[in-house]
Write a protein that binds this ligand. Structure first.
Ligand SMILES: Cc1cc2nc3c(=O)[nH]c(=O)nc-3n(C[C@H](O)[C@H](O)[C@H](O)COP(=O)(O)OP(=O)(O)OC[C@H]3O[C@@H](n4cnc5c(N)ncnc54)[C@H](O)[C@@H]3O)c2cc1C
Length: 365
């Protein structure tokens, strides 16, 4: 069967926070935008749903002060605690609030902003391949041609895979920096604070996060450092806090610390998880998804004027994010690295008490 070729200024592949943000901004500036996703929305997304101060501020600045008013905040609290195994080592208040959202509603709300700005949305449309010479994206339905393409198709990005296969992107560090995250929803006990648990896994942590009607309990850890053990570690963690392990585990990957050599090719740009833009220590990705979605849109708008490849403009815009993530990856290796673990464990308590405000600043800003 012959597929129809649809032509746009920008083809955006993946409608999570990164892709929908880029779509919203580009359409608002008058470009003809196609936004594609394999799922029908609203769709579920495995996530802790925690927004730090920087995410909250960024999202409000992007979508307006009213954005969160339509029932999007499920819970907010400034309380948090840190455990090592079963031992509570810190219980404190953050000056800034932690905001908790439900990703199904939150992602749909951003998509609605994009739709209202005139984006053409194609759901149940799965990206299969890309022809970089002809700037065409092949899907199970149509072929989408764009002057620009944004890859926002998440951690298992098909487009990133194609660029790696062609030798354009380097994937040397990708596998070593993949976190496997598992999460369950508990409807029987409620909490009013974020609890973080170290000691159950290497290069990662467990969490218990509040939400409106449920409590989210999860674990995330580098696969390369915990070969085949993460499911067992999650069971141990759940048992230690008095919960039974589920029969079926919901799991998803997070690219924590894959800093590529490039973040695109000519007029093709990678954003959010597809580009590996996630905090290597905390696994926070929503901020980076929205921020790089915004920057990809800015880069394209700049290219419309200066006629440079969008990749060139994008590179100059994302420099701070790239150096920040590189720095955080170095800290991650220092904190969790085996050579320093004993020393770090020894000083962890003292550091947490002395520098808890600095730690919170590091998380929120
Ligand atoms: C268990 C877990 C907990 C997390 N907790 C937090 C948290 O509390 N706070 C936080 O800030 N971050 C958290 N993250 C990270 C955060 O979820 C991601 O970084 C963020 O969703 C990235 O946004 P994105 O738009 O780049 O990608 P995604 O949100 O993954 O969106 C990608 C979209 O692309 C679509 N897609 C994928 N492949 C194709 C294809 N072939 N064809 C068409 N469409 C496709 C998908 O359906 C999806 O809609 C967590 C992640 C996990 C796994």
């Amino acid at each position: 069967m012959n597929k129809t070729i649809l032509e746009f200024d920008v083809v955006i592949c993946g409608s999570g926070p990164s892709g929908a943000t880029a779509a919203f901004l580009l359409s608002k500036h008058g470009l003809k935008v196609a936004l594609i996703d394999k799922k029908q929305f609203p769709r579920d997304k495995l996530c802790g749903g925690l927004l730090t101060e920087k995410s909250y501020k960024l999202i409000k600045s992007m979508f307006g002060n009213d954005f969160f008013e339509s029932n999007l905040i499920e819970f907010s609290s400034n309380k948090f605690e840190i455990f090592y195994g079963k031992l509570k080592i810190l219980s404190a208040f953050s000056k800034k609030l932690f905001i908790y959202v439900d990703r199904k509603k939150f992602d749909f709300a951003i998509l609605k902003m994009a739709l209202d700005s005139g984006v053409n949305f194609f759901s149940k449309t799965k990206i299969i391949d890309i022809d970089i010479k002809n700037m065409s994206v092949f899907t199970n339905n149509n072929i989408f041609k764009g002057r620009y393409i944004i890859a926002s198709d998440g951690v298992n990005s098909v487009i990133r895979g194609c660029l790696i296969k062609k030798g354009i992107l380097d994937d040397k560090e990708y596998k070593d920096n993949l976190t496997l995250a598992m999460e369950i929803y508990n409807y029987e006990f409620a909490t009013d604070r974020a609890s973080i648990y170290f000691g159950f896994t290497k290069f990662g942590y467990g969490w218990v996060f509040p939400n409106k009607k449920r409590t989210l309990v999860g674990i995330g850890a580098l696969i390369s450092k915990n070969k085949g053990l993460i499911k067992k570690q999650f069971k141990n963690f759940l048992n230690s806090i008095g919960l039974d392990a589920p029969k079926i585990f919901n799991a998803h990957l997070i690219p924590t610390g894959w800093i590529s050599n490039r973040f695109g090719f000519d007029n093709i740009l990678l954003v959010g998880d597809a580009a590996g833009f996630v905090d290597p220590i905390t696994g926070e990705g929503i901020y980076y998804a929205v921020k790089t979605g915004q920057m990809s849109a800015e880069a394209i708008l700049m290219s419309e004027k200066n006629k440079l490849f969008a990749e060139v403009n994008y590179n100059s815009l994302i420099q701070n994010i790239v150096s920040n993530l590189k720095r955080r990856k170095m800290y991650r290796n220092l904190i969790f690295g085996t050579r320093f673990r004993l020393v770090i464990k020894f000083f962890l308590l003292i550091i947490l008490f002395l520098f808890k405000d600095k730690l919170l600043k590091f998380i929120h800003e």
